[in-house]
Design a protein around this ligand. Structure first.
Ligand code: ADP
Ligand code: MG
Length: 463
């Protein structure tokens, strides 16, 4: 093995050498020659008729750069995250980029409360992850802080209507509001009227302006109809001292249309629409969280734009952008990688979609599971563009096998729409000219996810 000339010159320039018995001894210092073998390069070599002896210096240390890499590796092993929390959706950042308009509008509508006036009820709506909860809570907090300095106390109550424990019945909800106002009510057993009265009394014993934020208000209405909202929007007519305003928040853009017109008009005295974020806005949001949540320098350049672009494609959802980045970080960390790369984002995307689909398949009612199984069966049999009728006959058989009572075709057709909305299948309406319309139904998941779904469905249907 012969060293190249340029390499030797380089060694000579850098390293100490001495001549011994006509043999040039080159001490390997911080350098392993590229022609080294198992002996790390020690040994006698001939180069241009000169004998060179490479010897390892006593103080030989590992090349500095490699050492740094290893050291960094050891230290950085578990430190992609500085504060993982900052990348979760529960985290409340101090500043909220790209939501100035919404913050100001909300603040302007609520501000009269600081002088004892009743603010209009507000209906806040927009797709998931557009910052509705964050902004409303933020403005609510600021309002309460401000009111502590003034004469009229403003109390802001936040209720997430998805939390079943509090909001599964009108009784519980009013009892909870009463409790927050300082008057405990037994959790069951009293007439609902009485609970209302208790809440009403405790409320009117103050001169407060109470702003009740009902987040995910659609969940409330789905569970108990709109009577509660009807009663609640009318409460001010009876109050003498206190005043109540409602801020209703929903991700469901069609929710307002299903309400009783009277409830609708009083709930939406003011409306604020939260538009989706675009990819650049999402990048800013991600950068802010990255600074708080990740160690400096752990993300490759293309990662933030990629997470932002993927989330913008969907519908400008900041939660999805954050989930992508956090899960990519977790994957990188697990691999002991020093950096989050584009590849980790790809894996994160797959994992998130997979979790989402499998979780939702698990929570489907048994009938819908049987229906989904029928669709998968048909597809496995090579059928494309299925029609409701094809699916229904398989579904009836599956019901027989798993001792289920089959639903009507009309009902099954509704369930197909639900699966379509969940994104598990794709149901395209096509026109048959004068024969009306029909739907072409196809499964909308990868082979891999389809197989996972089968594993979930099979034992449940006892097939
Ligand atoms: P929504 O209630 O509209 O579904 P959220 O308010 O819960 O959305 O926001 C989803 C996630 O995105 C939260 O983690 C929130 O902190 C973050 N987020 C949304 N908008 C912004 C923003 N403008 N700046 C910083 N973080 C944001
Ligand atoms: Mg929300």
């Amino acid at each position: 093995m012969i060293p190249t000339r340029s390499f030797l010159i380089e060694i000579k320039k850098k390293k100490n050498s001495e001549i011994y018995n006509n043999i040039t001894v080159l001490y390997l210092y911080n350098y392993i020659p590229p022609f080294s073998k198992g002996n790390r390069g020690e040994g006698l070599y001939t180069f241009q008729e000169k004998k060179l002896y490479f010897k390892r210096n006593k103080n030989y240390t590992m090349p500095h750069s490699i050492q740094t890499i290893f050291q960094e590796f050891i230290e950085k092993k578990a430190t992609i995250f500085k504060d993982r929390n900052a990348l979760t959706s529960d985290f409340k950042p101090n500043t909220i980029p790209h939501r100035n308009n919404e913050i100001n509008t909300l603040a302007l509508i609520l501000a009269p409360s600081l002088r004892g006036g009743k603010p209009s009820n507000i209906f806040v709506y927009g797709m998931t992850g557009t910052g509705k909860t964050l902004v409303t809570r933020y403005v609510g907090n600021e309002l309460e802080k401000m009111s502590n300095q003034g004469a009229t106390p403003v109390k802001v109550i936040y209720i997430n209507c998805k939390m079943k424990k509090v909001t599964d019945t009108e009784y519980r909800l009013v009892a909870e509001l009463s409790r927050i106002m300082g008057q405990e009510v037994p959790v069951t057993g009293l007439p609902t009227e009485y609970v209302y009265q208790t809440f009403f009394n405790v409320l009117d014993s103050t001169n407060w302006v109470v702003v009740v934020i009902l987040d995910e208000i659609d969940a409330l209405v789905n569970r108990m109809g709109d009577d509660f909202l009807y009663n609640f929007t009318r409460i001010n007519q009876e109050l003498k001292k206190a005043k109540v305003s409602i801020v209703g928040i929903t991700n469901d853009l069609h929710f307002i249309d299903v309400l009783d017109p009277r409830v609708k008009s009083s709930l939406s005295e003011e409306e604020i629409l939260f538009p989706p974020y675009n990819a650049l806005e999402l990048q800013d949001i991600l950068k802010q969280r990255t600074e708080l949540g990740l160690e400096p320098g752990v993300i490759s350049e293309e990662v933030i734009p990629k997470c932002a672009a993927l989330a913008a494609q969907e519908h400008g959802d900041a939660r999805r952008a954050l989930d992508l980045l956090r899960v990519a970080g977790e994957i990188a960390e697990r691999e002991n990688s020093l950096k989050i790369t584009e590849k980790h984002v790809d894996t994160a995307l797959e994992k998130i979609d997979y979790d989402r689909i499998i979780e939702s398949v698990k929570s489907l009612p048994k009938q819908t599971k049987a229906l989904l199984w029928s669709i998968i069966n048909l597809e496995d049999g090579g059928q494309k563009n299925m029609q409701t009728g094809d699916i229904y006959s398989i579904y009836e058989n599956i019901c027989k096998e798993s001792a289920l009572h089959p639903l009507t075709q009309r009902r099954v057709s509704d369930l197909i729409s639900e699966l379509d909305m969940m994104g598990i299948i794709n149901a395209r309406i096509i026109s048959l000219g004068r024969y009306g319309r029909t739907r072409e139904i196809n499964l909308n998941v990868s082979e891999k996810i389809k197989n996972m779904m089968k594993d979930v469905l099979k034992p449940v249907l006892m097939l």
